[in-house]
Design a protein around this ligand. Structure first.
Ligand code: NDP
Length: 284
């Protein structure tokens, strides 16, 4: 079997075009959806992500601001900055680019963002709403993966989804979203003995471990949909994921590539969430 390659770039473009239409409607009502990204320090990967977020939001007719501060910024200074943005009515989405410098308490910082502007969906209130199946903000990467599955007509209800990785930003919300869509969900992680025993049962396998190429064809049930969240820069400069693409594509039914799979969706869903925040602000 050779897997169908899920074209995340093309699907992200479709999502973005729909968001663009909604932004136009808001613009006609005098609303300019505004996203502000706070970047602390000079992590090169973070600078790349922030740059593409800025380009995409500008392309969509949104207001895009990046506030860059040195890694010497104190926690109190960052909290004061977030507070200013919470009060600013022209800002609909606030995103603090992670990771933060070590002297900052990430939980405290994320909790300071007004949950109505928390377009990353990391505030405890939005995490709780996701758990309860209520409307809040859904973290962009798992939200994007649901879109990839839906656009690719991969059925979720009644299927066995296995998640490899249990981070707060990918694994945990991913499992919850799939559960909300009536999948049977299994979480696995670094302490799971005999990982392959679980992954081989998956109709939908989501891999978010940060371990390059750790999932191979031998971990995959024939015909499964495999979503690779990982991003790694190899020594030759090329990008690859947590799934060994060459062996996986011989077994899987559908597979996301790296690059061009999950990555573009994460940015598209950030645009979706920012637009949604502006629409909600208009209604209140
Ligand atoms: P974290 O490091 O926060 O979490 C990794 C998870 O994987 C942990 O739960 C860990 O288990 C588990 N894990 C690690 N090694 C193994 C192993 N050998 N077997 C089973 N489980 C293992 O990573 P993130 O979730 O933040 O990110 C994962 C990957 O996805 C990274 O490569 C990251 O760059 C990428 N990423 C890509 C995004 C995109 O837009 N494409 C967005 C976000 C992340 P334990 O909890 O037991 O330690």
């Amino acid at each position: 079997m050779t897997a169908t390659i899920i074209d995340g770039k093309a699907i992200a473009e479709q999502v973005i075009l729909k968001v663009k239409d909604r932004v136009s409607v808001l613009n006609e009502q005098g609303i300019l959806p505004g996203l502000t990204v706070i970047l602390v320090g000079d992590d090169p990967a973070s600078q790349t992500y922030v740059g593409s977020k800025e380009r995409t939001s500008t392309r969509l007719g949104m207001k895009s601001d990046v506030i860059s501060r040195p890694s010497s910024l104190t926690e109190d200074e960052l909290l004061a900055l977030i507070d200013d943005l919470n009060q600013d009515h022209s800002v609909h989405g606030i995103l603090v680019q992670l990771p933060l410098p070590k002297h900052m308490d990430e939980h405290k910082i994320l909790q300071a963002i007004d949950p109505r502007k928390d377009v990353d969906g990391f505030h405890p209130l939005n995490v709780g709403k996701l758990l309860l199946g209520q409307q809040g903000f859904i973290p962009c990467t798992p939200f994007g993966i649901i879109q990839l599955l839906d656009y690719s007509a991969i059925e979720i209800e009644g299927k066995h989804a296995v998640i490899v990785g249990r981070s707060n930003i990918v694994g945990k919300p991913m499992g919850q979203l799939l559960l909300n869509r009536h999948a049977t969900v299994t979480y696995t992680h670094s302490r799971t003995p005999d990982l392959a025993e679980f992954t081989k049962q998956a109709d939908i396998l989501i891999v978010a471990t940060g371990q390059p190429s750790m999932i191979t064809g031998e971990h995959i049930k024939p015909g499964a949909a495999v979503i690779d969240v990982g991003i790694h820069r190899n020594s030759d400069g090329r990008l690859s994921g947590d799934v060994d693409f060459a062996s996986a594509k011989e077994v899987a039914g559908a597979l996301t590539p790296v690059p061009g799979g999950v990555g573009p969706m994460t940015i598209a869903m950030l645009m979706e969430n920012t637009c949604l925040s502006a629409e909600r602000a208009l209604r209140t």
